[in-house]
Design a protein around this ligand. Structure first.
Ligand SMILES: [Zn+2]
Length: 345
């Protein structure tokens, strides 16, 4: 959740809550009354909610249960959530234990529930911390999200065969956009001098992004925010910053202020040790998109915004024109690689 610059943490939380509530009222609630007889598709994360809407348009009723700005690791279901899952004709979720408190609800739904991240085409790493747990943040590699797209498309066709042509067309267009952006991100990250390609954040949500686009990733907390930070992490990360003269480290949206505060402590410790490091005023989107209508209110928008913020902080260059493919920018050269093997690299 992004707040206007200059607001303190409490104000930022307040703005975030208001925006989340607006999003709930404006977009997430199913329309009242019996008039809407479209099939109900229930989604979990904001990334998956956006994907379902991109593919289905108005053909189905998409209801996302986790509002923008809330954390899927710790999101607690309400009685409304259980009713939605029961009524859903299709549930699209991430899986790999991302939605830790919802997992029991997916059980028993059978083929009505589809885990988009669980697929042989996506190579999942076991996280070091929590030990051995699968790292669920696969979506920040655009090629992994292409797998999400194909699986969501196929599930929608199975649900509503009359709409098959609509879903196929929308998916083909969206897959092409993903592939183009994937190439542009590679070009944008290549603008960062190699010795500065470090991405240090609040929790370990960017391993797949770093692996795909060429950044070494580290974080104060492991792959779930539902854990406590190890006591020595702040000092270890400060040492890394000093050793590699890393110019910037990053806060995230949708994590607690206290977790972002630990990143601020890394900054303070590194400065004390002789390496001034900055934290950009705009946090990265890790486990949630912004509210619809904002630049990071879609998956594609958030991926662009994250890359813009990262490259700007580490290389001092505005890559917005490149990421948007504006005429005259290097992004007009063709994106590399075929789309058929989105294997994570
Ligand atoms: Zn996470």
């Amino acid at each position: 959740m992004q707040a206007p610059p200059g607001l303190g943490p409490l104000h930022r939380v307040a703005v975030g809550l208001v925006l989340a509530l607006l999003a709930l009222g404006g977009c997430e609630r199913p329309p009242a009354g019996p008039a809407d007889d479209r099939p109900l598709v229930v989604t979990t994360t904001t990334m998956i909610t956006d994907l379902a809407r991109q593919l289905a348009g108005d053909r189905v009723r998409v209801v996302g249960v986790i509002p923008p700005g809330l954390n899927p690791h710790t999101f607690e279901p309400t009685p409304d959530t259980s009713v939605l899952f029961r009524k859903a004709r299709l549930v699209l979720y991430n899986g790999l234990h991302l939605e830790g408190k919802l997992v029991h609800m997916f059980e028993g739904l059978g083929p009505r529930a589809v885990a988009l991240a669980e697929d042989p085409r996506i190579v999942v790493r076991a996280s070091e911390w929590p030990q051995g747990a699968p790292d669920p943040h696969v979506w920040w590699n655009a090629r992994h999200f292409m797998v999400f797209t194909e699986k969501a498309r196929d599930a929608l066709i199975a649900l509503d065969p009359d709409g098959a042509e609509t879903y196929r067309r929308a998916a083909a267009r969206y897959l092409a956009e993903l592939e183009t952006l994937d190439g542009r991100i590679r070009q944008a990250v290549a603008r960062i001098p190699p010795e500065r390609r470090y991405l240090i954040t609040s929790h370990d949500a960017f391993y797949y992004y770093g692996a795909a686009y060429g950044l070494t990733v580290d974080a104060v907390l492991g792959t779930s925010t539902d854990a406590s930070p190890l006591p020595l992490r702040v000092q270890e990360l400060a040492r890394l910053v000093v050793q590699h003269r890393i110019p910037a480290i990053f806060h995230e949206t949708a994590v607690s202020e206290s977790l972002n505060e630990l990143v601020s402590r890394v900054m303070a410790q590194a400065a004390k040790d002789g390496q001034p490091v900055m934290i950009p005023p705009e946090p990265l989107y890790s486990d949630s998109l912004d509210v619809p209508g904002r630049p990071a209110g879609t998956y594609l928008g958030a991926l662009r915004e994250n890359t813009r913020i990262i490259v700007s902080a580490l290389a001092g260059e505005d890559v917005r024109p490149l990421l948007q493919g504006m005429p005259g920018s290097p992004a007009t050269v063709p994106a590399p690689g075929p789309a058929e093997s989105p294997d994570g690299r």
